[in-house]
Design a protein. Structure first.
Length: 543
């Protein structure tokens, strides 16, 4: 935390003069623009990308687009690269026209319908509950080596995992929970700009469920931004992702509902006087009110990330997420100061912190290796209570450059996302703020995709996850610790998903998805099983 703050101050002061470039709206985290940029990186056309902080601003995407165009003119990449460059220009017309020429920006510019999506989801099944008692053994080492950095905890000492899955086979969707039967989801966004200095976005969302026969309207994203490039201030509601992972990240993802926040960040990669090229983000918010076991909590939430590039092919990040203060805990000036800085045995905060690395291997078709290491506690400087995300991505699996392959692994510590000060845990509206699988879990994820054209893509995914391998205990029928109860079983889940996206007409695209999963020892109960199916069909405009 201390190193993060020092590095951040040095970084901001060294490039503050580069602020107030081209302000632009953020790109939704499920936009294919990220896949296009990732593919261009795989062709060797983009090397200035930073994946550890998302969403990208549209100006940042155009910075990467211009990098690709420069290299495209002097190279011989696959034909698909030309298609992707052209498609990016079509999706980012304002930023492509104004980048590095901000003086041409209109004093007031707006687009009432910048993007829209109609989604139909049919679910045959129910979500899993993550509620379970977990044995906290203590006595950890570092990276699984050694012991004694935290005192050994005599059995039994249960810790309570909480939360739930949300929608089976559909994670990382801004906290939207679809129910059994038919569901409709309509979203549309409008944008407005004040010259090159400020950007405004509003994205309402209308949800209807057959099960409840009710329609609800809520604001999914809505914010105003000032500045750009090296210094930007954003206020409103938005999604965020901290970490290089595709399937999940430990500290912060868009698995739960988007937070009302104030964010200070560098939307573009910038060069600094004293450090490497870098991006940073600081997020301030407050989680919703909860009452758990009679204890009311409504903590403040703070998250930060600093991503640096020592070379074009290496990305290094430091990240943290922290719950702090609020009703039910001490909020004195001293306690809040200690909770903000951390490092005391008795403060009013709960923190996740760690590092991540991403390596691009030019000699291996620009394949990437990446990993995230995070701890929920610290001893003698080292983060302990460890959780991991690790994976590799092969962007050009075949000579044609139209096939790619990804593998990703997640291991959540037994007590990940739990806390004694905040008994509800590291959750928002019942969903993990970080990785969708929650704590005390393990998952293997594999994805293959083939590009017929820039707007026509087929992807196949397979997942295997377990819950209960770590921290097993004897519990009663309600899942709470009971020395005379039955031993928890190991829940095993296998899932398959298929995606096909294709153009319809003009700027309209379609996506079809089908998923099926098989769960044994459901919610750690021996012999119980469940099958879930999900069908998804959507029509998008300029997404």
């Amino acid at each position: 935390m201390r190193f993060f703050l020092v590095a951040l101050v040095v970084g901001i002061t060294s490039f503050a003069s580069s602020a107030f470039a081209l302000s632009s709206a953020n790109i939704p985290l499920d936009s294919p623009i990220y896949l296009y940029l990732e593919k261009l990186s795989g062709y060797g056309l983009v090397s200035g990308d930073v994946k550890g902080i998302r969403p990208f601003s549209k100006a940042e995407a155009v910075r990467l687009l211009r990098e690709a165009e420069t290299r495209l003119a002097s190279g011989d990449p696959p034909p698909l690269a030309d298609e992707m460059v052209q498609r990016l220009r079509e999706l980012l017309p304002r930023e492509a026209a104004l980048y590095a020429d901000e003086g041409k920006a209109k004093t007031l510019d707006f687009e009432p319908v910048a993007a829209a999506r109609l989604r139909y989801v049919y679910l045959d099944g129910k979500p899993r509950s993550y509620f379970r008692a977990v044995q906290d053994g203590g006595n950890e080492g570092v990276f699984g080596i050694g012991s004694g950095l935290r005192p050994a905890t005599p059995y039994p000492n249960p810790v309570q995992q909480r939360g739930f899955e949300g929608t089976p086979l559909f994670e990382n969707n801004d906290g939207v929970v679809y129910h059994s039967g038919s569901n409709l989801d309509l979203r549309g966004s409008g944008e407005a700009y004040w010259g090159a200095k400020a950007a405004l976005l509003v994205e309402p969302m209308l949800l209807w469920s057959e099960k409840t026969d009710e329609a609800t309207l809520r604001l999914n994203r809505g914010y105003i931004k000032f500045g750009g490039k090296g210094l930007e201030l954003e206020a409103g509601r938005d999604e965020n992702w901290l970490g290089p992972g595709y399937r999940g990240a430990i500290t912060l993802t868009n698995n739960a509902r988007n937070m009302d926040l104030v964010k200070l960040s560098s939307p573009e990669l910038v060069s600094t006087k004293y450090l490497w090229d870098l991006k940073y983000t600081l997020i301030f918010s407050q989680l919703e009110k909860t009452v758990t076991d009679g204890q009311e909590r409504e903590p403040w939430f703070f998250a930060g990330k600093l991503s640096m590039k020592p070379t074009q092919n290496i990305e290094f990040g430091i990240n943290l997420g922290r719950q702090l203060g609020g009703p039910g805990v001490s909020n004195s000036l001293g306690d809040n100061a200690r909770g903000l800085i951390g490092g005391w045995n008795h403060d009013n905060s709960n923190t996740l912190a760690g590092v991540d690395l991403r390596f691009r291997l030019p000699w291996l078709r620009n394949s990437e290796l990446y990993g995230e290491f995070s701890g929920e506690d610290a001893a003698a400087f080292w983060p302990i209570v460890e959780s991991y995300v690790a994976g590799f991505f092969i962007p050009t699996l075949t000579e044609s450059g139209r096939d790619d392959l990804r593998f990703e692994y997640f291991r959540g510590n037994e007590i990940l996302y739990t806390n004694g000060t905040f008994p509800e845990g590291y959750l928002s509206h019942g969903l993990p703020i970080g990785h969708s699988q929650g704590g005390a879990a393990e998952e293997w994820f594999l994805r293959y995709s083939h590009w017929f054209s820039v707007r026509n893509n087929l992807a196949l995914e397979g997942m295997h996850s377990t819950r209960g391998d770590y921290g097993r205990m004897t519990v009663d029928a309600m899942g709470k610790f009971d020395a005379a109860g039955v031993m928890q079983a190991v829940e095993r889940r296998n899932a398959l998903r298929a995606f096909w996206s294709f153009p319809v007409q003009g700027e309209w695209n379609a996506l079809l998805m089908y998923g099926h999963e098989w769960i044994d020892n459901l919610e750690l109960r021996q012999g119980e099983s469940r099958k879930n199916q999900l069908l998804r069909a959507e029509l998008t405009y300029r997404y």
